[in-house]
Design a protein around this ligand. Structure first.
Ligand code: EPU
Length: 419
């Protein structure tokens, strides 16, 4: 059953104050998958309270792990893990569930699961993951609606990715830490969430070099250890609140636990006239008033401008002082919000992978439908900046990645509540 949530927003209130940014969704999901490799206890601190995490825990429990939450910590005991099939309802809405494949192949030599879901922002094939597993010696069979992967022993090799896929890089790393011989990933994704995964695996005993670069070399080495790790702050969540502060004429301080949290986002903030100030554990975002338009920006793998901020950027630029052009180069269906922003009086059209945005003086409140996680956050940003009341109808996407977003925004002075 779909639980519809309505965010009711009265626009025009500047965001002000301080907010501790939640742990990163896209970091914690691979860390939970990594816990499957450790026969000791894995404790992850600073985890976000979001539904994707709950679903990922359900999956690893199904595979035999003991996993429970204690405030913002997750404690995982993967001493005994079974090679069971993962049913469709467990994987259909969480993209990160695919990462269980690399970890289970390494740990048990067998995994059967349905195709992973996640937001429908493009085709999202998993061919890079599967051909890498095959190259490492696994047998991949396509069974009804799903995939069966088996191996007797994975063998290290060179995996050259056709594109720096985040998920494929993580999956190969997870599989490689128990493979025989070194594995070299060429054209690896360099996202900070991958660095997090490598760091945790190294604490578990793995030997990984080239962490954070395009070439990663992984050697076997996981042993039974009790480990503890604090998940990085969510850079996309920080960016989302930064944009919300910028369009409302606000001034907020995001408390974060890594210093490179705004990489990929900060250059564009400056171009839009948004001021950023950094401290040891925070970034302060000060609105520069009217948003300056961006003549051209393209989403790119890290350290480029992230696709996960593209929808939020579109909301901001819809109030820009001129014409902006966004090119979405990672996912082919990530313009769901255009129709919703048009209801608010925005002037946007898209052609193939480009969106053309002519800034308008103001947006007006409307009733909006959420069709994906980041699009939902973007519509909330638009509602905070709009004149009048906006109702954002969400069948559960926003809570997959944003913890207490309505509470956080109202604590910052936004006029928003969940109905
Ligand atoms: N691709 C393939 N074949 C593959 C794998 C990827 O063709 O086997 C293509 C995809 O279709 C896409 C591109 O490569 O066009 C990049 O996809 P990638 O594999 O990097 O994305 P992902 O691992 O599925 C993660 C995040 C996404 C984020 C992207 C890009 C998680 C759980 N998800 O997805 O996060 O947009 O990387 O940075 O880490 C979100 O948080 O809202 C979100 C969608």
């Amino acid at each position: 059953m779909v639980l519809m949530q309505s965010y009711v927003i009265e626009g025009g209130w500047p965001l002000k104050g301080e907010l501790v940014i939640q742990g990163s969704k896209n970091a914690v999901l691979p860390l939970i998958a990594a816990a499957l490799l450790n026969e000791g206890i894995t404790v992850l601190d600073g985890c976000p309270d979001i539904s994707d995490v709950d679903k990922m825990l359900e999956i690893i429990r199904h595979l035999g792990c003991k996993a429970y939450k204690d405030k913002d910590s997750i404690i995982i005991d993967a001493a005994s893990v079974y090679c069971d099939e993962i049913p469709e309802e467990m994987v259909k809405s969480v993209r990160g569930s695919m990462l269980v494949m690399g970890a289970m192949l390494a740990r048990c030599g067998r995994i059967a699961m349905n195709y992973p879901g996640g937001c429908m922002i493009g085709e999202r094939p998993v061919n890079y993951h599967l051909s890498a597993f095959e190259k490492m010696g696994a047998e991949v069979r396509y069974v009804e609606n799903g995939i069966l992967c088996t191996c007797t022993q994975l063998t290290g090799c060179t995996v050259a990715l056709p594109f720096p896929s985040v998920g494929a890089t993580e999956n190969v790393i997870l599989a490689a830490v128990k493979a025989c011989g070194p594995t070299t990933i060429i054209n690896a994704a360099m996202e900070p969430e991958i660095i997090e995964l490598c760091r945790l695996l190294c604490i578990m005993g793995a030997d990984i070099s080239g962490i954070g670069s395009k070439i990663i070399i992984i050697n076997k080495g996981i042993s039974k250890r009790d480990v503890q790790y604090t998940v990085m702050s969510d850079r996309i969540v920080a960016g989302t609140y930064a944009y919300a502060a910028a369009v409302t004429g606000g001034d907020i301080c995001c408390i974060v636990n890594r210093d490179d949290i705004m990489t990929g986002i900060s250059v564009l903030c400056k171009k839009m006239g948004i001021k950023l100030k950094y401290g040891n554990d925070y970034v302060r975002i000060i609105s520069g008033g009217k948003i300056r338009s961006i003549p051209y920006v393209k989403t790119e793998p890290y350290p480029g401008f992230p696709t996960d901020m593209q929808s939020q950027l579109m909301s901001v630029l819809s109030l820009g002082d001129g014409i902006s052009v966004i090119e979405e180069s990672i996912f082919e269906k990530r313009y769901h919000i255009i129709g919703e922003l048009l209801k608010m009086g925005a002037d946007i059209h898209s052609k193939e992978s480009r969106a053309y945005i002519r800034g308008v003086k103001s947006l007006k409140g409307a009733v909006l439908d959420v069709k994906d996680l980041r699009g939902g956050a973007a519509l909330i940003i638009a509602g905070l900046a709009a004149d009048g009341t906006t109702t954002v109808l969400d069948p559960g996407y926003i809570g997959r990645g944003y913890e207490r977003i309505a509470d956080n925004l109202s604590e910052l002075g936004g006029n928003i509540y969940l109905a």
